[in-house]
Write a protein that binds this ligand. Structure first.
Ligand SMILES: Cc1cc2nc3c(=O)[nH]c(=O)nc-3n(C[C@H](O)[C@H](O)[C@H](O)COP(=O)(O)OP(=O)(O)OC[C@H]3O[C@@H](n4cnc5c(N)ncnc54)[C@H](O)[C@@H]3O)c2cc1C
Length: 328
């Protein structure tokens, strides 16, 4: 192990991997599995927990559109994807964000700098999804005070829910799915949305209508209260005075702020188009040796789904192999 004054506590890998994969969501994990199945050495970096949006945004949500599964909890699906990659011998590095990717000075490929190491690779596969996420807040004065004391931004695991009255704020698919999931555990669930229409899949709306969740539209949570923990929220319907709704759980689901961590500033000089990397059908970017897959990529007809992310991960792995064994 060498030391480098610019990166004093960083390990310098002596091996050169065939491919370094940045991002351990569905696309990155499946790419790692398929690279190993093709006999390529790889290292996969994940800034947070393996699983991507499946664990960072909606860990308890039942996923109903993944092939061969009538229903699978997103966290469980993520766990199985990581397990499969490990089973095939992929080197997986969790809680290790990549801070930059540049070219190796000797022309041998790329240098990947993470928070813990400097690794070399002949090819790079970018599977950063939408980046790392932090939840959008409501912007209310007591939000900070009740955070973790009844106010949460993502669905806790079933074992950690002991609420009697839950209020969910939001009007998208996540908010709807969250309210329905909570109703199976919490006696009273209210969904508050600031618009008159809920923007969710029709089958989710049908499930919502049948769920017993109370829905308040054209309304906003304008305040919250309680002694040491949350016990009520104030909900204002347009043109009416705010009323008190008992709530020992407030789940705010009004979006997430993505952070691509300065990807466009990396030495590769990648050109992002509306926050996405344009690729062709082989998942090659405009830079030789750099591939991309999953939510970060854009091409005509692209849809952001787990099934497409995993398909693109496997296509990218095949393209990396072709690049290393045929083109290079
Ligand atoms: C609320 C919600 C519900 C959804 N429900 C469904 C559904 O039911 N069915 C479905 O098919 N799709 C669903 N999707 C879409 C699906 O989650 C995504 O299409 C899929 O997760 C994309 O996978 P990915 O691997 O491309 O990206 P991601 O899942 O975003 O994973 C990217 C990973 O890269 C990591 N990363 C980012 N930057 C770095 C860095 N610098 N260094 C290291 N790691 C980094 C991130 O931490 C993240 O873990 C949903 C999306 C949302 C937001």
């Amino acid at each position: 192990m060498q030391t480098d004054s610019a990166f004093p506590s960083v390990e310098h890998e002596s091996v050169t991997y065939d491919v370094a994969i940045v991002g351990g969501g569905p696309a990155g994990l499946v790419a790692a599995t398929h690279c190993r199945m093709r006999g390529l050495s790889s290292i996969t970096f994940e800034a947070q927990e393996f699983g991507g949006q499946l664990v960072s945004l909606y860990p308890s949500k039942p996923v109903t559109n993944f092939p061969a599964h009538l229903e699978v909890a997103s966290g469980e699906l993520a766990r199985r994807l990581a397990e499969q990659a490990a089973h095939f011998g992929a080197e997986l590095r969790e809680h290790e964000a990549v801070e930059s990717v540049g070219y190796a000075g000797d022309g041998s490929g790329f240098v990947v700098r993470s928070t813990r190491r400097v690794a070399r690779a002949h090819a790079v596969l970018l599977a950063l999804g939408l980046g790392r996420f932090r939840p959008q807040q409501l912007g209310l004065k007591d939000e900070y005070r009740f955070a973790g004391r009844g106010l949460v931004y993502r669905l806790p695991s079933r074992d950690n829910i002991a609420a009697h009255h839950a209020v969910v704020v939001g009007g998208g698919d996540t908010a709807v799915d969250t309210a329905i999931a909570l109703k199976a555990i919490v006696p009273e669930v209210t969904l508050v949305h600031r618009r008159l229409n809920i923007r969710a899949y029709p089958h989710s709306l049908e499930r919502l209508n049948a769920s017993g969740v109370q829905v308040i539209l054209d309304a906003e949570v304008v305040g919250m209260g309680g002694d040491s923990v949350l016990d009520h929220v104030l909900v204002a319907v347009r043109d009416q005075e705010a009323r008190v709704i008992p709530a020992d759980l407030l789940l705010v689901s009004v979006g997430q702020v993505p952070d691509l961590g300065g990807l466009s500033g990396w030495d590769l000089k990648l050109t992002l188009d509306g926050g996405h990397l344009p690729v062709g059908s082989s998942m090659r970017t405009t830079i030789p040796g750099v591939f991309a897959a999953g939510d970060i990529v854009a091409y005509p007809g692209k849809i952001k789904m787990i099934a497409t992310a995993v398909a693109e991960g496997s296509i990218a792995a095949a393209s990396v192999e072709r690049y290393l064994r045929v083109d290079a």
